[in-house]
Design a protein around this ligand. Structure first.
Ligand code: NAP
Length: 260
């Protein structure tokens, strides 16, 4: 299936590795132009070179999106280079374990800054361009928004708010034909996830325990599987899908695990 992403300019926050990296690569593989943002210059340039070597157009912008003014700046850079924006994938973030009992107001606020505020800011600054192209927005949220996790109030609040904003923006942007959807990953092996696993005494045992609870295939979801859904949702092939929360997680959240 041709998704019709040829020459479409899609911004991916946190697009150098993990889920965002897989989405950037999937956009480029579909003939789209991935404009991806992250803090590490080395990883960004390396991915950009990798794509360019395969004759794929890609543009890496080094920026920390939590710093004031950077969201506006990166959007302006993308528009200056390509003259348009067809899609935004809000993805950058991390589960930072700012709990209720052991957290502080300062750490909770920092967590919201790292996980939520740039989702709004990026959408706000992309909007004038998305109105011209009837583009689309995809928010990468988390199963934690629906299930909770315990000990991670800041992240859970941010991920839940991303779902609320998905519906809110889908409604506000109906008159412009701009669609807004959310993906809720559950267990995906990424650099972030690997680091978390290694906080356990026996990471392999912990991984096996988690996998046993995933109904379909007793395995984790791959970043590429998330990316396949992401490019579909960004593309015109999903032209009548908006305000949706999708869980590509092998049934982890929605199936009755006691019968599998
Ligand atoms: P990851 O492996 O750590 O990748 C995160 C990406 O975001 C990297 O490219 C990182 O690059 C960039 N980034 C982080 N903070 C940034 C900032 N302030 N400014 C610019 N770039 C930033 O994480 P992941 O596991 O792929 O997670 C991606 C998204 O999926 C997150 O929103 C996460 O909450 C969600 N999610 C993941 C899972 C999972 O199982 N992995 C489950 C549920 C939800 P730099 O470090 O170079 O900036």
């Amino acid at each position: 299936m041709d998704l019709g992403l040829h020459h479409k300019v899609i911004i991916v926050t946190g697009g150098t590795k993990g889920i965002g990296g897989a989405i950037s690569k999937a956009i480029a593989a579909e003939g789209g132009i991935a404009v991806f943002i992250a803090r590490s210059n080395e990883e960004g340039i390396s991915l950009q070179n990798e794509m360019n070597t395969c004759n794929q157009e890609a543009f890496f912008i080094q920026a920390d999106l939590t710093k004031q003014g950077n969201c506006e700046k990166v959007v302006a850079m993308a528009v200056e280079k390509y003259g348009r924006i067809d899609g935004l994938v809000n993805n950058a973030g991390r589960n930072d374990n700012v709990g209720l009992e052991m957290g502080t107001i300062d750490r909770f606020t920092t967590s919201l800054n790292e996980n939520l505020l740039h989702y709004y800011e990026m959408a706000h600054y992309c909007l004038p361009e998305l109105k011209k192209t009837k583009g689309s927005i995809l928010n990468i949220s988390s199963k934690v928004a629906l299930t909770g996790q315990g000990g991670t109030s800041g992240y859970a609040a941010a991920k839940g708010a991303q779902l609320a904003l998905t519906r809110e923006w889908a409604t506000e942007l109906l008159p412009f034909g701009i669609r807004v959807n959310a993906i809720l990953p559950a267990e995906v092996m990424t650099p972030l996830y690997r680091n978390w696993l290694h906080s356990f005494k026996d990471p392999i045992k912990k991984q096996r325990e988690i996998e046993q609870n995933i109904p379909l295939g007793k395995r984790m979801t791959t970043a590429e599987e998330i990316a396949s859904l992401a490019v579909f949702l960004i593309s015109e092939k999903s032209a009548h899908t908006t305000g949706q929360f999708l869980s590509p997680d092998g049934g982890y959240v929605h199936l009755d695990r006691s019968i599998t």
